[in-house]
Write a protein that binds this ligand. Structure first.
Ligand code: PGA
Length: 250
């Protein structure tokens, strides 16, 4: 049985004092869940978030990392740096990074390898644009992104990669894919992984849905056959709303 992973993506929001208050408020609300609870916070919040989340079941992640270990890369943060302060997860290849910061399938692949080399768990984003969806290319785009992201990984690494299927047209727009469409896209991704790495591996990979997930639609999405939780942007900024998403099964 795959575990549900409910991860918040704060994007470029929340100052340290806001992060501390949110996590302090969230902790008692999610303490009894069996779902994995993750908050991916800005770099400047990481240390405060880690301290505040100590002794709770909330895991902390970053939203990006560089693929090199160290060196002359002004402004970048490496996997080793994240690991050294206790970060567990890292989002890689979010569509906003692909769109605004020239992230490519190749850099995504390098970053996933670097994440594993540093003992971090990658949450890898794939998803089609509105034009691609309307051209009937969703399956082709998302399976290709998945294949390129995972290229050269061992079976064990693939098993431990979390994939977030996030249709770009659904991010921050209030438009959600129907649970049936989202589930079908995720089945496509899982089938592709099965084709390359075998069905055993594919059945273990956690594949989330992301894009306008809220407390009011989480249950419908997360109780489908193949959606293993969510990557949640806007609705992860408030403890009360995010806790309801985490506790969708209560
Ligand atoms: P949203 O963002 O929940 O605000 O749509 C999701 C994401 O970008 O990860």
């Amino acid at each position: 049985m795959r575990r549900k992973v409910i991860a918040g993506n704060w994007k470029m929001n929340m100052l340290p004092n806001e992060a501390i208050s949110m996590i302090t408020e969230l902790a008692p609300l999610v303490k009894d869940t069996e779902n994995e609870v993750v908050l991916c916070v800005p770099y400047t919040d990481l240390f405060y978030a880690l301290l505040t989340a100590q002794e709770t079941n909330i895991k902390i992640g970053a939203q990006n990392m560089h693929f090199e270990e160290k060196g002359a890369y002004t402004g970048e943060v490496s996997g080793a740096m994240l690991k050294s302060i206790g970060v567990e997860y890292v989002i890689i290849g979010h569509s906003e990074r692909r769109q605004y910061f020239a992230e490519t399938d190749e850099t995504v692949n390098k970053k996933i390898k670097a994440a594993f080399a540093n003992g971090l768990k990658p949450i890898v984003c794939v998803g089609e644009s509105l034009e691609e969806k309307e051209a009937g290319k969703t399956a082709e785009i998302i399976t290709n992104q998945t294949k390129l992201a995972l290229e050269g990984l061992t079976n064990e690494q693939v098993r431990n990669t979390i994939i977030a299927y996030e249709p770009i047209w659904a991010i921050g727009t209030g438009k959600t894919a129907t649970s049936e469409d989202a589930n079908n896209s995720i089945i496509c991704i899982r089938n592709k992984i099965a084709e390359i790495y075998g069905n055993d591996v594919a059945q273990d990979v956690i594949i989330q849905y992301g894009g306008s997930v809220k407390s009011t639609n989480a249950k419908e999405l997360f109780t489908t056959s193949d959606i293993d939780g969510g990557l949640i942007g806007g609705a992860s900024l408030k403890a009360d709303e995010f806790s309801k998403i985490v506790n969708y099964d209560k």
